[in-house]
Design a protein around this ligand. Structure first.
Ligand SMILES: C[S@@+](CC[C@H](N)C(=O)[O-])C[C@H]1O[C@@H](n2cnc3c(N)ncnc32)[C@H](O)[C@@H]1O
Length: 341
């Protein structure tokens, strides 16, 4: 697989339209995140997304959606869920997106990677969730899951596909961040580390599970301080920027969540039934317009104003990048783009 050529193909057009949209303060879906299904074969303690059983678009409808976004100049599609690999047609869809020149990324729990190796041929990068060493990970994400992630990791890396982990920080692993970092370093893999959060609008509206996972603010502040210090020392394992961790710390201190500026303007999220939302955390709201019914351009351009409660998500780092914050962009280049080279 030629990863670089796949990524580069739409970069110039995407960048041009991105700059134009920034200068003219217009809307342009530079990157889309697609919740291809809300179905999930795992029951993670902090996530309730699997409870949403709405209808999903057909293969043909998804192809049309991809065509429409390609027409708009979109450069990147990230498949998430639920568990994307539960879709029997995933390989076909990823292949289609790639053929249209999109950079394709996949978020997976790893459980079906062994059965879907053909799908990997069309993926530019994979992120898997790893919440800690075996005891911690399995406590949060189900017994036996750590081994599943490790096996999938070996398989994906063996194919030469860039892969990184996403770690959700809860009361279980808040004080065990060193173990997580040591594990990542021993595997030579990078990490996105973000605190667990809750929002009724969010994909993870599972209040009971969240309450079981919620950290002590004081301990989380110490953990965030540790992450900031590591970034200051030039740590190369943590993908997110120092600014992100500082903002999360400030946000917890003030007791208010962060709200982004570019969700719905320069990036967006699509639900399994085709609704176009500003971001992944708001995607379950049924008030978003359905692109499958009225066209995705129209659904994106005419996105309704729905108040966001804010979040602590790693999306905030992407948002800062779209704000052209130099430190964040430089960090992104060093920690993320270099995964591809
Ligand atoms: C919903 S999953 C979908 C992709 C895939 N099934 C997986 O497990 O990675 C996407 C990411 O959201 C994270 N997530 C789910 N609920 C969360 C919450 N309440 N707070 C923070 N992250 C959460 C998961 O741990 C995972 O890293």
């Amino acid at each position: 697989m030629n990863t670089l050529s796949g990524i580069k193909s739409r970069i110039p057009l995407g960048l041009y339209r991105l700059l134009k949209a920034k200068i003219l303060k217009g809307k342009f879906p530079h990157a889309i995140q697609f919740n291809i299904t809300f179905k999930c074969n795992q029951r993670c303690m902090y996530c309730g997304i699997y409870k949403d059983t709405r209808q999903e678009m057909t293969t043909e409808q998804i192809f049309r959606m991809i065509d429409e976004f390609v027409e708009l100049g979109t450069a990147r599609i990230s498949f998430t869920g639920g568990e994307p690999l539960l879709r029997k047609d995933f390989s076909l869809i990823a292949g289609y997106a790639r053929k249209q020149g999109l950079s394709v990324s996949l978020a997976t729990n790893g459980s079906l990677v062994g059965k879907c190796t053909d799908a990997l041929e069309n993926i530019n990068s994979v992120n898997m969730t790893l919440d800690g060493i075996e005891a911690v990970h399995d406590q949060q994400r189900g017994k036996g899951n750590f081994k599943i992630v490790m096996d999938a990791f070996e398989l994906i890396r063996g194919k030469g596909i860039p892969v990184y982990f996403v770690s959700v920080i809860t009361k279980n692993n808040c004080m065990r961040i060193n173990e997580l970092l040591e594990l990542a370093r021993s595997l030579d893999v990078k990490l996105i580390v973000q605190p667990v959060f809750y929002s009724e609008q969010s994909h993870a509206s599972n209040l009971e599970g969240y309450m079981d996972a919620k950290y002590d603010d004081k301990i989380m502040m110490e953990t965030l301080g540790q992450l900031i210090k590591l970034k200051e020392q030039g740590d190369s394992t943590l993908i997110l920027s120092k600014r992100y961790y500082r903002n999360v710390k400030e946000s917890i201190r003030q007791g208010k969540k962060m709200v982004c500026s570019h969700g719905g303007n320069l990036f967006c999220t699509i639900s399994p039934d085709g609704r176009v939302a500003p971001c992944n955390l708001l995607v379950r709201d049924s008030r978003w317009l359905n692109g499958n019914e009225i066209g995705f351009r129209k659904a994106f351009i005419n996105m309704p104003e729905i108040k966001c409660e804010g979040c602590l998500s790693s999306f905030m780092d992407i948002d800062d990048m779209y704000s052209f914050k130099i430190d964040v962009a430089w960090n992104y280049y060093k920690q993320y783009l270099k995964l591809y080279t």
